[in-house]
Ligand binder design. Structure first.
Ligand SMILES: [Zn+2]
Ligand SMILES: [Zn+2]
Length: 371
């Protein structure tokens, strides 16, 4: 049965971006955010992550439709076949994650299953369609390409006099900061414009702020807003920003280490009226450090060693050594990498597809979901 909507009629988003939203689900800020994520993925071995959102395909099989679009666009590098397509037909309540042949392994499918099950379907079921799509893009970038920001970690009992403030850091416009959903927080105005709950604790809300930041022309306006003196929540007096040296007295050992490693930035504001202290935490999106599962500080990094290179004929093996500079936790494990597959449809020269994607192929692996 032929779908009423023909994949051939969907224009490629390349080179302008990575997302086509014919259902008008995503805000301009969210599209900008996903495009930025797509650029970061692309910087990783020419990998490509595309997102297509349609109202309906008008009947027919969603999986087959999405795989056809993938292979029509030729997503991913033509040799590595490291493309991912996130497909959503909002009106059909159907979603698909299609993997390029190079990512299509039992492990790759387990990852796309996780993204579908944990990030997408629960949000779609609550009609948080845009949040589901942003979370899917974010999770695929993380799961398949190690492109991630650092979700902030829970830390030991906070000083009750401290209010934790989270906001995008305009000086590091490269990404949204981590949030700490468990703490009572005060958000700066730009970040609070669109607040969606985020099951995983990832800062969906902050996407809105960063999107605005991107749209706002290098974020000059917000830079002013973020450094503008704030008023004390208790007594209303204008607070003062402490310098770096004075800052340190208000940071734990782990927080000081985070700052030194450059994974998180802290700004301390003090109220001259009542001596209340406000700690402002802003993470960096692209840091090589991630939150340590043991101590929670963003001080853990990975060292990857290739034990066996993947070839066209066999998969490879990588050893990953996680080490936390704060608590010393070390965790070593191995991960298999997929065989390199060569695209059969591209000629050997250059290899870019006419759609503007890299010439990658999918053999149809990935995950499907309905809600
Ligand atoms: Zn005060
Ligand atoms: Zn640790």
């Amino acid at each position: 049965m032929r779908a009423a909507l023909d994949p051939a009629t969907i224009p490629s988003p390349r080179p302008a971006g990575w997302v086509v939203d014919q259902a008008h689900v995503l805000s301009i800020a969210q599209i900008a955010e996903i495009n930025r994520l797509g650029d970061a993925v692309h910087a990783c071995d020419g990998a490509e992550m595309a997102i297509i959102v349609v109202p309906t395909i008008g009947g027919g099989d969603h999986r087959a439709w999405a795989v056809r679009l993938f292979n029509r666009w030729e997503i991913g590098d033509r040799v590595r076949n490291n493309g991912v397509l996130i497909f959503v037909a909002v009106g059909d309540r159907a979603a698909e994650i299609v993997l390029g042949a190079g990512l299509d392994s039992s492990e790759g499918r387990a990852r796309s299953d996780r993204v579908m099950r944990d990030e997408m379907l629960p949000r779609f079921r609550e009609s948080e369609n845009a949040a589901a799509i942003v979370a899917a893009a974010q999770a695929c970038a993380r799961e398949f390409f190690d492109v991630h920001f650092t979700p902030a970690a829970p830390t030991a009992a906070p000083d009750p006099a401290m209010m934790l403030v989270e906001a995008p850091d305009p000086e590091r416009a490269s990404g949204p900061p981590p949030t700490r959903p468990a703490k009572p927080t005060t958000r700066s105005a730009p970040a609070s414009t669109t607040l969606h709950g985020s099951r995983s604790g990832l800062p969906v809300a902050v996407f809105a702020g960063v999107g605005v930041l991107l749209l706002g022309g290098v974020g000059a306006g917000i830079a002013v807003a973020a450094s503008r003196p704030r008023r004390c929540g208790r007594c209303g007096v204008t607070m003062q920003k402490l310098d770096e040296v004075a800052d340190d007295q208000h940071l734990s050992q782990g927080e000081r280490l985070e700052e030194r490693l450059g994974s998180v930035d802290y700004t301390i504001w003090m109220c001259p009226g009542c001596s209340a202290v406000e700690k402002r935490r802003s993470g960096r999106w692209f840091t090589r450090f991630s939150a340590c599962p043991q101590c929670g500080q963003v001080t853990s990094s990975d060292l990857k060693t290739t034990l066996q290179h993947a070839t066209e004929w066999s998969g490879g093996l990588v050893e990953i050594r996680e080490h936390c500079e704060h608590c010393g936790r070390t965790h070593v494990y191995r991960r298999s990498t997929p065989r390199i597959t060569r695209s059969s449809n591209s000629s050997g020269s250059g290899g870019r597809s006419s759609s503007g994607f890299g010439g990658g192929r999918s053999s149809g692996g990935g995950s499907s979901g309905k809600w």
